[in-house]
Design a binder for this molecule. Structure first.
Ligand SMILES: C[S@@+](CC[C@H](N)C(=O)[O-])C[C@H]1O[C@@H](n2cnc3c(N)ncnc32)[C@H](O)[C@@H]1O
Length: 526
């Protein structure tokens, strides 16, 4: 039998990661788009409930040195781990506390942003209720709360395998055994291949996602004692009972009707009388199983539609690159810009082409809307003017195009400028959190608050050495020492280099390239 007294999050720690979608910058940006006036990101107060080891919040505290961050979690193991990191990094603007959410009252303080990730669906009803009480009582007037949760209808399929697995391991308490036996059961059911085709296909898909899920996520999320998905309309009603209203999803693309086929959009518009209903129907169409919802106080006046007038407040960034440079920004010849994960934009509009080219050159840095407009006007060959009408017209055209691009995840909007450099200095300095994380693994948080994969052991070892004390020669020397000690193996054509001299040559050849690579990943502060 699982031990009912032990906290499962102490038994198997849930390693923290960067919640880019819940960063105060994202929450403030979306709030601004909907007409709110959120707190200044750089000086905000952030509370994270169920913060685990606090790594997400530690990243925020590091990136926003003038912000005040408080994280609470019931499990001691995660909090202890997080406190050790806070201590090592010398951060003074964050406290991580082992604390029960149920004990949080109004006197716990007011926060501009409250983050609740991976908690609402995994706690008993009383705690679920209190999460929303805290989101109401401890949220500043113009504050935004982020709450993620599992949703129906998508989770009906997940429930099917979860119910089989939790039955199967009902008498097993060892986490590793629970994980292995649960996976084995679903594999067995799929391989046996009985039942009708619909059943077999659904199970096969569930098995695929079970097999790629990390052990800790699988253990806590799928096999946890509580896992309560809800329909979006139920969540929205629950929030409303607590004096909160729906603001947006953290991923703006998720609320875009435009992702549905045009015929479906027409039907949706007829079916849905308000935003809640519209999004509920969209969940039916998508078979949605997870949401990351932003809430604000009921009564806060929100725009019906995100306003393009507010785009002028933002800085803009984009990873898109022209498909076939050079781009002719002066004509109406169409140009395609390509990004990662199939993102692309085709535009013939000179101003938008020029803006995308400017953003491409600036990446990974963002460009403020006003500077972007000025640069795009020059690049697209417009003559300098002080004509207010013409400038306003161009600003509106560009803002509308950028808002569409933002809705399609082709550009990002920001209200905060991360502090990083893309070119390594004479004695390069990497983010102290990333250096610390590189000691343990190959996933590190960059200064744009994203988890980044470190490519290979050279990058992983080099990152740890970038504390500003070493120039290129010292870095090469220390990397060679690591090779001698057997802690670093250089490779040639996929094969390990075994003699030291060749390894040194390889280090010399790859050092600068690797430093530049680290810089483009927004991991350097100097
Ligand atoms: C699924 S984990 C999510 C951790 C982290 N938010 C993340 O997404 O990486 C849920 C966390 O909520 C914590 N938790 C559960 N009930 C709690 C309570 N009543 N008070 C504080 N923390 C709680 C657990 O200890 C666990 O660390």
């Amino acid at each position: 039998m699982p031990d009912a007294t032990a906290n499962p999050y102490d038994t198997l720690v849930y390693p923290g990661f960067a919640l880019t979608q819940a960063h105060p910058d994202r929450l403030a940006t979306l709030a601004t788009l909907f007409g709110m006036t959120p707190a200044e990101v750089s000086r905000c107060r952030v509370l994270e409930l169920g913060c685990g080891d606090g790594v997400n919040l530690i990243g925020i505290a590091l990136e926003l040195p003038e912000a005040q961050c408080v994280g609470v979690d019931l499990a001691a193991a995660g909090i202890n781990k997080g406190q050790a990191i806070v201590h090592e990094l010398g951060l003074k603007n964050i406290t991580l506390q082992q604390y029960d959410i149920m004990d949080i009252g109004r006197d716990f303080g007011q926060f501009d942003f409250i983050i609740v990730h991976g908690l609402y669906s995994w706690v008993p009803p009383a705690v679920r209720n209190h999460i929303l009480t805290v989101c109401k009582d401890n949220l500043a007037e113009h504050g935004v709360a982020y709450v993620s949760y599992n949703t129906y209808p998508g989770c009906h399929l997940r429930d099917m395998t979860r119910n089989m697995m939790t039955y199967h391991v009902r008498d097993v308490s060892d986490p590793r055994q629970r994980i292995e036996e649960s996976r084995a059961l679903i594999q067995f059911v799929v391989e046996t291949g009985m039942g009708n085709e619909q059943y077999r296909t659904s199970l096969q898909k569930e098995l695929e996602s079970i097999l790629v899920r990390s052990d800790h996520a699988f253990f806590h999320d799928d096999l946890g004692e509580v896992n309560t998905p809800v329909y979006f309309h139920q969540f929205a009603a629950h929030a409303a009972r607590h004096g909160l209203q729906y603001l947006s999803e953290a991923d703006f693309v998720e609320i875009q009707l435009g992702v549905c086929p045009p015929k479906a959009v027409a039907v949706l518009k007829q079916l849905a009388s308000d935003r809640i209903a519209q999004e509920q129907y969209m969940d039916f169409l998508k078979g949605r199983r997870f949401r990351q919802t932003l809430l604000c106080h009921a009564g806060t006046k929100l725009a019906d539609e995100p306003s393009m007038d507010n785009v002028q407040h933002f800085s803009v960034s984009s990873q898109l690159r022209p498909e076939t440079p050079p781009v002719d920004c002066a004509s109406h010849t169409p140009a395609v810009f390509l990004g990662t994960e199939g993102r692309s934009i085709k535009t013939e509009h000179p101003l938008m082409k020029a803006a995308l080219l400017t953003l491409s050159n600036a990446w990974p840095h963002a460009v403020h809307f006003h500077d972007l407009l000025a640069e795009a006007r020059v690049l697209s060959g417009q003559v300098a003017t002080t004509d207010e009408k013409e400038l306003l017209h161009d600003a509106r055209v560009l803002a509308a195009s950028l808002l569409r691009a933002y809705a399609g995840t082709a550009v990002e909007f920001h209200l905060w400028s991360p502090r990083f450099v893309s070119h390594p200095s004479e004695r390069p300095i990497a983010s102290p959190l990333a250096r610390l994380q590189a000691r343990e693994g190959q996933t590190v948080m960059n200064l744009r608050h994203e988890d980044i994969a470190v490519e290979g052991s050279l990058e992983q070892q080099l990152l740890q050495l970038l504390d500003g004390s070493r120039d290129r020669a010292a870095l090469a020397t220390d990397l060679s020492k690591l090779v001698e000690l057997g802690n670093l193996t250089m490779q040639q054509g996929g094969e390990p280099i075994t003699d030291l001299k060749s390894a040194r040559h390889k280090i010399a050849a790859e050092l600068e390239v690797t430093l530049v690579e680290i810089g483009t990943k927004a991991l350097l502060v100097g």
